[in-house]
Ligand binder design. Structure first.
Ligand SMILES: Cc1cc2nc3c(=O)[nH]c(=O)nc-3n(C[C@H](O)[C@H](O)[C@H](O)COP(=O)(O)OP(=O)(O)OC[C@H]3O[C@@H](n4cnc5c(N)ncnc54)[C@H](O)[C@@H]3O)c2cc1C
Length: 374
């Protein structure tokens, strides 16, 4: 039987474990902390195509993401639901109405049969959350989906376990031997520091923001590189009736104001980050998000309204572009025949990524079997 080690218990590692196990592969997941406690539970909680990525012509990714929303809605309706999002356009918005309308039209077109609802022009009189009226030119609505990211990830872990995946938490992979297919692991809850060595047919490094660092520390060089960009959110003690996508005043960036667990979720930011720095929402980021929110809503919020903040690191493929233009695509890189590293990847597309990884492993296996027959 083929043995695969997956390093990383975030959504991408868990989905991959689940799909590989469905193909009869023996999978063990190693997570250095607890499952789903890093990037995958610090998201904007959106299962979305990524309307903004259309500006960077990331058509393949947008189309795949639009389709993938439906997988989650159909398989875990208790943890994911369609979400109507309002897109108000103001006189001073960086993007004019016609551009928004065109973007939404293309978004719906790319969704095809996976469309969750058609975009439309809304009546600006409908204003349950007290959006400022001055300069408001138009308001559009379109559909994506919202999820409980942490709980949905644990649901995937349950499915994976039911298929026979062995999940080990508080186990850090410290060493990787790409030639022999060996890893050195240690318990993060014990102080002994003892390293145990285990051998596998394949090792999948799906550690999100830590992927490049982990293999570099093992003397393995890669062609791809990661750019780590921190994104923070505020959870504010306000009940919200609608969901909004808004343009950050004076910037090309957008941010979301979303109803979440009877409160308002505001995010996100984009701050270059290096590993070792604390992954928390800074005072500056809090001020930035409060200011952006107050630009649009009549009833201003202050830091006193914040009930929670959280932050995560986007593992973006380094491209040298401005941060908001950096691709959200994912790529795989093999080191020899036994180690594969994942760079990038969104929550929404975790299952699609897992499907492609599964194909990679099955192809390798077939190739290996053919070679052994000759
Ligand atoms: C602010 C923000 C908002 C986002 N919003 C959305 C959104 O709304 N929708 C969307 O689709 N995507 C969103 N994303 C992107 C998405 O959240 C991430 O791309 C995705 O969660 C990455 O998952 P992952 O499994 O690759 O990484 P992670 O969730 O980070 O998992 C990696 C795991 O590997 C573990 N690990 C690391 N090193 C080791 C080791 N040596 N040994 C063992 N374990 C190790 C870590 O502890 C971690 O649990 C957002 C990202 C951010 C930062």
């Amino acid at each position: 039987m083929t043995d695969v080690a997956i390093i990383g218990g975030g959504i991408n590692g868990l989905c991959t474990a689940w799909l590989l196990a469905q193909k009869g592969i023996n999978v063990t997941v190693f997570e250095k902390n607890s499952l789903m406690r890093a990037t995958s539970s610090a998201s904007s909680k959106l299962l979305h195509g990524g309307l903004r990525y259309l500006e960077n012509f990331e058509i393949r990714l947008v189309r795949e993401s639009l389709k993938e929303r439906v997988f989650w809605l159909e398989h875990a309706p208790h943890l994911a639901k369609p979400l109507k999002i309002l897109f108000p356009v103001y006189q001073d918005s960086q993007r004019p109405s016609w551009m928004i309308q065109l973007g939404l039209f293309v978004y719906d077109l790319l969704a095809g049969k996976y469309k969750l609802g058609a975009f439309q022009k809304e009546h600006v009189e409908h204003n349950p959350d007290g959006l400022k009226r001055e300069g408001l030119r138009a308001c559009f609505s379109y559909y994506d989906a919202q999820m409980h990211d942490y709980e949905l990830g644990l649901w995937v872990a349950e499915q994976a376990s039911a298929c026979g995946v062995k999940i080990l938490e508080n186990i850090e992979v410290k060493q990787i031997d790409a030639v022999l297919g060996k890893i050195g692991i240690s318990h993060t809850t014990s102080e002994s520091g003892t390293i145990e060595h285990l051998a596998f047919d394949y090792i999948l490094n799906i550690t999100g923001p830590w992927a490049e660092d982990l293999i570099n520390r093992n003397g393995i060089k890669t062609k791809a590189a990661l750019e780590l960009v921190r994104g923070s959110h505020l959870l504010v003690d306000r009940k919200l009736h609608e969901a909004y996508i808004l343009q950050v005043p004076g910037e090309k960036r957008i941010f979301f104001v979303l109803p979440y667990k009877e409160r308002t979720l505001i995010g996100t930011t984009e701050i270059k980050h290096t590993l070792g720095q604390p992954i928390v929402c800074s005072q500056e980021e809090q001020g930035y998000l409060i200011k952006a929110y107050n630009h649009y809503f009549e009833a201003a919020i202050t830091a006193n309204d914040i009930v929670e903040t959280f932050a995560g690191l986007r593992p973006l493929i380094h491209s040298g572009e401005q941060l908001h233009k950096t691709t959200r695509e994912y790529i795989f890189e093999w080191t020899g025949d036994k180690l594969l590293t994942v760079f990038g990847g969104k929550w929404t597309t975790a299952r699609a990524l897992a499907e492609k990884l599964t194909t990679e492993i099955l192809l390798k296996e077939r190739h290996k079997n053919e070679l052994s027959k000759t």
